[in-house]
Design a protein around this ligand. Structure first.
Ligand code: ACO
Length: 440
């Protein structure tokens, strides 16, 4: 059986696995586009064996209609719409609705959704006291994850199928309140009073206002900053079965509520190999600037197998070419810096030099390692005034509609089962128990 995207030959409807003189027939699973699958759900019952796939790099864990990704050709689409079109023409909430409902909202649906978002934007006052008890310098991702799971104690949860769940309950609650939690966690970290959400402001305006205005000073919202923020949230909105989405689906598969499932996704996103890379990229660029290390030295360090260092913001499990989101982020980053009159940002100069050096190096070319979405986002957030430790929170805000959409899809999937993989046991064989007084 061959990869559907690489051949024009008819694809066999079944695959055969030969083992120990026996032939097992495995059914083909057809996609609407992209890779075909081989169904192995009867593999163990028919062969007594299980499949082994560390990192699940070759395993489709579900059928999904939300996002299409072609990593060889750098294509990303949500419900059939190209990311380039969505990033250019939409605001974040439209893309959120697209992911969750499958269609782009018309004007009336958009306004109604905005009204619901405003209605649900405030946090229960009981929750606000939680912020006071976090120690100074708590990472905002820790606060975000804990506060999101706490939402399940304060607000109703989705229990039945999506067809029975009005969007104005859990979904808007979560989308709207997570933005408030994110801004409040920042205010807490700088010791300033919280700024409450306003019904007069749009989604991104509201976030910027909660972050940067204060009781003594208004914040003038720059429309270019607002547009760029919308675009960056859209770039992060979904990416099919990435690590955090797989966690959200996996946690939800046991029947856990949406808030708790998303809190687990936030924790997964925090890691530097995933969403935490945007913070790690800026720290790497600052280290290069402050230490005076040369870019070539960093590239050599990343290539050295005996050194755990990796070029942060480079490489991707699925993309084997330039990440289309990184291309849009790089262009938007330049446009924003020009608009803000920042001129030359030394970190952007280092990033561009690093990208050029890596893409001219055989190691990166042979392994098909290109900049991913995290490479240029941090520089842009920095220009907006967002501090480094909030970058992954920004990623989480963007990824939230994707997590919700996948959780709902999982809940309504007739093939859905609790996620419970097998293992290849490599531990001790049975041995005699030794009482404590006889152990040496
Ligand atoms: N720098 C140097 N070498 C790298 C890098 C990198 N950034 N990424 C991968 N490689 C090398 C690996 O060492 C490996 O080499 P080998 O074949 O000699 O062992 C090879 O390329 C394949 O890499 P894997 O780690 O096997 O690829 P995997 O798909 O498991 O990991 C990942 C993908 C985690 C993104 C990886 O490329 C990485 O660590 N990148 C840096 C962190 C980062 O930017 N993460 C953000 C990802 S995008 C996102 O989550 C939004």
């Amino acid at each position: 059986m061959q990869n559907g995207s690489q051949t024009e030959q008819p694809i066999p409807v079944t695959a055969e696995l030969q083992y120990d003189g026996r032939t097992v027939t495995l059914p083909r699973i057809d996609p609407s586009m992209g890779d075909h699958g081989i169904g192995i759900s009867r593999l163990r019952s028919e062969t007594g064996m299980v499949s082994y796939d560390p990192g699940l790099a070759n395993t489709a864990s579900c059928r999904s209609a939300i996002t299409y990704l072609d990593g060889e050709n750098g294509v990303l689409m949500h419900h059939g719409y190209a990311i380039e079109d969505l990033a250019q023409h939409c605001v974040f909430l439209e893309v959120a609705l697209l992911l969750i409902t499958g269609t782009l909202p018309n004007r009336e649906e958009r306004s109604q959704f905005t009204r619901l978002m405003n209605k649900n934007s405030m946090l229960h006052e009981g929750m606000i006291q939680f912020f006071d008890n976090y120690p100074e310098n708590s990472h905002p991702m820790a606060i975000l994850s804990a506060m999101v799971v706490s939402l399940s104690s304060f607000y109703p949860e989705i229990a039945g199928p999506i067809s029975e769940v009005p969007l104005d309950e859990t979904v808007t609650n979560l989308l709207s309140k997570m933005r408030t939690i994110a801004a409040f966690s920042y205010k807490k970290s700088i010791g300033e009073p919280f700024v409450y959400p306003s019904h007069k402001l749009r989604y991104c305006e509201n976030f910027l206002n909660m972050m940067f205005s204060s009781p003594v000073a208004d914040y003038q919202i720059d429309p270019v900053v607002e547009t760029t923020l919308n675009r960056f949230l859209i770039l992060h909105a979904d990416h099919e079965q990435n690590a955090s989405t797989t966690v959200v689906r996996g946690v939800g598969s046991s029947g856990t509520n949406l808030y708790a499932s998303i809190a687990a996704g936030i924790s997964s996103l925090w890691g530097t190999l995933h969403g935490g890379a945007n913070q790690a990229v800026i720290e790497m660029l600052e280290d290069i600037r402050n230490s005076g290390k040369r870019v070539k030295q960093i590239v050599e360090q990343a290539k050295d197998r005996s050194n755990p260092f990796r070029l942060m913001g480079f490489g991707h499990r699925v993309y084997k070419t330039y990440d289309p989101r990184a291309r849009i982020a790089k262009q938007s980053c330049r446009e924003l810096l020009d608009h803000l009159g920042i001129g030359r940002d030394p970190l952007l100069d280092i990033a561009v030099e690093l990208e050029e050096a890596a893409l001219a190096d055989d190691y990166f070319l042979e392994k098909k390692l290109y900049p991913n979405v995290d490479f240029y986002t941090g520089i842009t957030y920095r220009a907006m005034g967002i501090p480094t430790n909030m970058f992954t929170v920004m990623f989480a805000l963007g990824r939230l509609p994707g997590w919700i959409a996948h959780w709902l899809e999982m809940r309504n999937d007739p093939e859905q089962r609790i996620v419970r993989p097998r293992q290849i046991y490599v531990g001790q064989k049975p041995r005699a128990f030794v009482p404590v007084q006889e152990r040496g």
